[in-house]
Design a protein around this ligand. Sequence first.
Ligand code: CUA
Length: 329
Amino acid sequence: MKIFGVPVFPDQASTFAKDVDALYFFILAVCSFFALTVAISVIYFGLRYRRKREGQVGARIEGSLPLELLWSVIPTVIAMVMFGWGASVFYHIRRPPDDAMHIYAVGKQWMWKFQHLEGQREINELHIPAGRPIKVTISSEDVVHSLYFPSFRTKIDAIPGRYTELWFEATTPGTYHLFCAEYCGTNHAGMIGSVTVLEPAQYQAWLQGGGESGTMAQRGARLFEAHACNSCHLESGQGRGPSLKNIVGTTVELEDGNTAVVDDAYLRESILTSQAKIVKGFKPLMPTFQGLISEENLLALIEHVKSMSPNASTAAPAAPPARPPAEKK
Ligand code: CUA
């Protein structure tokens, strides 16, 4: 939104942007009302009840139970409305729908790198289709960053050594800002980019136009060979390492008696800190790959492992059906 050509409020370009704004303006209105009421009362009472002549003494006030109840109950109710409303919006924003399209992001001083499952990679630019929920899994190559899409009203920290995620569904084709919202060093202010929201058909065309060879999982498969992962992790299960076929989403038994669920975080840890969790029946032979694989390649490797579990719910479908764009209100 612009007033006299000056941008004052970001566009509402995601399905939940209106919900976030409604809550924001409600809280702003309540706070403004009470701040003004208090400020005006302070000035008014200061003038009205000021000492007008020497020796004047104020009347003694004993208190009033109904009044005290009133000013306790009303704010409590208002605060609970904020809490309930806020929690419902928060839950909606924090839970990606199951059919969300998956994109990976890595923050790095000072740029954002994006990878599409189909193989396209972008830096400080992101192309997405309108009308489809999109889940972004985020990591950081170095320090804490924060991926922020003001027009989609969503933001999440990129934390080194961990995967975080956010989701949104863009409603309107166009170009929007993306920022780093966490001070991360000298060029933090330059860690910006743009999101291009395309019509689904245009997005398909854009995907075709990339010069990349193969999908993200295929790139991961090449890395899998390049790092000789395939020499131990045989699909037959007869290798020195466990077979990785159909493991995603399962629970594995560990040598120390514990169990672990095979998810992104587990796969990441098993590659980088290979000695942390040894699957039962195997020896701690695997070298650690800490510092040898970039975050981007790590994600491609994980995508490759996921592709070996075609039926796991965490693995995104290779070619998800396009959904019609959301209704424009
Ligand atoms: Cu990255 Cu600020």
